[in-house]
Structure formats: C-alpha cells, structure tokens
Design a protein around this ligand. Structure first.
Ligand code: FE2
Ligand code: FE2
Length: 188
C-alpha cells in the first residue's frame, strides 16, 4: 500500500460524508426538522478528521514536494493550502451557526444552509484537484524512500490510541448515516 492509497481512501470517506452533509443542508434549507446530534457529529467529522487529513498533507507531504521544486509558491500547492485554510474558517463558522440553530435563533437555519452549501462546494473542488491531479504528481516525483517515510509517519499517526478511538467513531458514522439520510430523499 502507498501513502497515496491511504489519503485517497480518506477522500472517499469525506465524499460519502459530504453526501450526508448535503442531505442535512437540504433539510435545514427547507425548514424541516434536523437531528441535531447527527448534524453535530457530521460537523465534528469535518472539523477533526478532515482537518487532521489537511494537517498531515501540509506537515508530511508538502515539505517533501518542496524538495522537488513543488513548493508553496507553486500554483497548485498555493491553491490547496488556501483551500485548507478556508476549510478551517468554515469549520469555525459552521460551529457558531450550529449553536445558533440549536438555540432556535431567527435566521439561523438560512445562514447555516448557505454556509453548508459553500463548504461542501469547497471540499468537493479540493478533493477533485487532489484526486485528479495533485496526488498523481506527488506519486510521480517522490522517491521510493520518501514514499516509505511518508507511509511510516501516516501509520504512526494512525496508531496513536486517541486517533484509533476517534477513527472507530467516524467509521460507525460512515456505516450508519448515509443510509439514514437516503431514507429522507428516496429516489435521489
Ligand atoms: Fe487530501
Ligand atoms: Fe488537501
């Protein structure tokens, strides 16, 4: 297994959870009742699990690529970093708007629905760039020794007891939430 396979598998998990997030956003926008515990879990998924993924790309992958001339001043790396940063800003904004929705504040649903839509668009575009272009480039330019070092560090990070526990929780969400939201919009 290559480190790229690990990151791509996480992307597939993000895409699955984006489907859940988009179904929640449609309900919020329509003014339908939304299970707040599920919405909170999905926001946590993107706030923690997806954010860790972005951090690991920045700390483990980007420095090696910089050694091959693909540094922060390159358009692709610059764009990806900017998207990671925008994602962090959105995560904080979503948390705040979620709290307002839970408190029953007027206008909270419309604001949250709009931010959820923009966030989802951002992450889908980010995954598209990495899936279709950036990871293939990384795969190509890195040496076998660099591939091995990145893989080792990803495995070490994944074996941390707290990370393992959180991962089990996210896997349970991935195993249950897609079917739950599919039942809301049959035929979609
Ligand atoms: Fe990624
Ligand atoms: Fe990324």
């Amino acid at each position: 297994m290559s480190f790229v396979d690990i990151l791509l598998e996480e992307h597939r998990q993000f895409a699955t959870m984006l489907g859940v997030l988009e179904a929640l956003a449609r309900r919020v926008a329509a003014g339908d009742e939304v299970p707040l515990d599920v919405l909170s879990d999905v926001l946590e998924f993107f706030d923690r699990f997806a954010a860790q993924h972005h951090d690991r790309e920045e700390q483990l992958l980007f420095p090696f690529l910089a050694g091959h001339g693909i540094g922060p001043d390159q358009t692709a790396v610059h764009a990806l970093r900017a998207q990671h940063e925008a994602g962090r800003v959105y995560n904080a904004k979503l948390r705040g708007e979620f709290r307002q929705l839970a408190a029953g504040e007027a206008g909270a649903a419309a604001a949250l629905a709009q931010t959820l839509g923009a966030f989802s668009e951002l992450i889908r575009e980010h995954l598209r760039i990495e899936d279709e272009y950036f990871y293939a480039l990384a795969d190509q330019v890195l040496t076998p020794a660099e591939h091995e070092r990145i893989l080792r560090q990803l495995e070490r990070a994944a074996n941390d007891p707290a990370a393992r526990q959180a991962r089990q929780r996210y896997l349970r969400m991935l195993a249950t939430y897609p079917a739950m939201v599919a039942a809301w919009d049959p035929g979609r």
